[in-house]
Design a binder for this molecule. Structure first.
Ligand code: PEP
Ligand code: MN
Length: 334
């Protein structure tokens, strides 16, 4: 249920209403916007008399919502959520560029890429330390050591670091990682999502290979229902009958997710296409579709990358792309 308050309501009256609603056994999420305050009620609202609530002088309107996702729902929270990672902001008009290799391979590799992408304008460094590989015989990542190398690269460049967590048991290793990525294969690992909801870390939640937008939002809801509202949604391509590309980049997901949810939406054109030369056009298309950021794989030696070399841009190509991204953003945000 959503209770929209009149503008400039008396804070004391608002608090009294919130306490009274909570006494009826529901959770109340207060979303204070520039023009309106919205109370989002989660739980068994059947006992709440909507006519009575609507008759209160501070209440503008009451709506019962049937949507399955609530906290991620824009109806509950009309204003865009802005996720902050140190000084970097994502969402609500703040655009963010995340770049780096698929996997952290060595100190020299990650520090060199970090310096290059920073020079081009990236705001955050990505690098997988725990890799979800299809084959158990492929490189599985440097694990804890990889996270340490990312921290060295952060120290050298000041870029916040983003890395994928696959397992709840590894959470303690991520204490000093700025953004925790939940990969496509783990989008519905509900135990992991619940546990990440108990942290206050920004979570980059990637859409699963064969998951609907509703399922993605329900996964965000798992994190938010446990108390963490710092969720960034990521469209990274889905499985279709496309034969020449790794996946199909569902760009219409961007405006649709923005309509349905207040959470920031970023796009990963690297995993979506699987081919370096497809990354720039799809990155620019994603900017055109209104995404709040891009996560792009960049490697200093793609031919010898231990993972996803074929889809990795060189630092020089990334630099060229960022210049175009800036121009397309100017065009679409004017
Ligand atoms: C990755 O970002 O390296 C990755 C494995 O992505 P996804 O989970 O989208 O496949
Ligand atoms: Mn990858």
């Amino acid at each position: 249920m959503i209770v929209v308050l009149k503008s400039n309501v008396d804070k004391e009256k608002q608090d009294r209403l919130v306490d009274w609603l909570k006494e009826s056994g529901v959770d109340v999420h207060v979303s204070v916007g520039e023009f309106q305050t919205v109370l989002g009620l989660v739980g068994d609202t059947a006992k709440i008399d909507t006519d009575l609530v609507e008759s209160l002088d501070i209440v503008d309107s009451v709506k019962r919502v049937t949507e399955t996702f609530k906290q991620a729902n824009r109806k509950f929270h009309p204003e865009d959520t802005v996720v902050s990672v140190g000084d970097v902001k994502i969402g609500g008009g703040n655009f963010c560029l995340i770049a780096g290799p698929c996997s952290v391979e060595s100190e020299e590799q990650i520090v060199s890429i970090a310096k290059d992408v920073k020079k081009s304008g990236a705001n955050m460094l990505r690098g997988g330390a725990f890799k979800p590989r299809t084959s158990p015989y492929d490189f599985q990542g440097l694990k804890a050591e990889g996270l340490e190398l990312l921290k060295i690269a952060r120290k050298e460049t000041g870029l916040p670091i983003v890395s994928e967590i696959m397992n709840v048991g590894d959470l303690h290793l991520f204490d000093d990682v700025d953004v925790l990525q939940v990969g496509a294969r783990n989008m519905q690992n509900f135990d992991l999502l619940r546990e990440l909801g108990r942290t206050n870390k920004p979570i980059l939640l990637k859409r699963g290979l064969a998951n609907t937008l509703k399922e993605l939002l329900m996964s965000a809801e798992y994190i938010m229902a446990s108390g963490n509202e710092n969720v960034i949604l990521c469209e990274r391509g889905i499985r279709t009958f496309s034969d020449y590309l790794r996946n199909t980049l569902d760009l219409s997901a961007v405006p649709m997710l923005h309509e349905l949810s207040h959470l920031p939406v970023i796009v990963d054109p690297s995993h979506a296409t699987g081919m370096a030369r497809m990354v720039p056009p799809m990155a620019l298309a994603a900017v055109g579709a209104g995404c709040d950021g891009l996560i792009i794989e960049v490697h200093n030696d793609p031919a010898h990358a231990l993972c996803d070399g074929a889809q990795s841009l060189t630092p020089a190509d990334y630099d060229k792309l960022v210049k175009k991204i800036v121009k397309v953003r100017e065009a679409v945000t004017c």
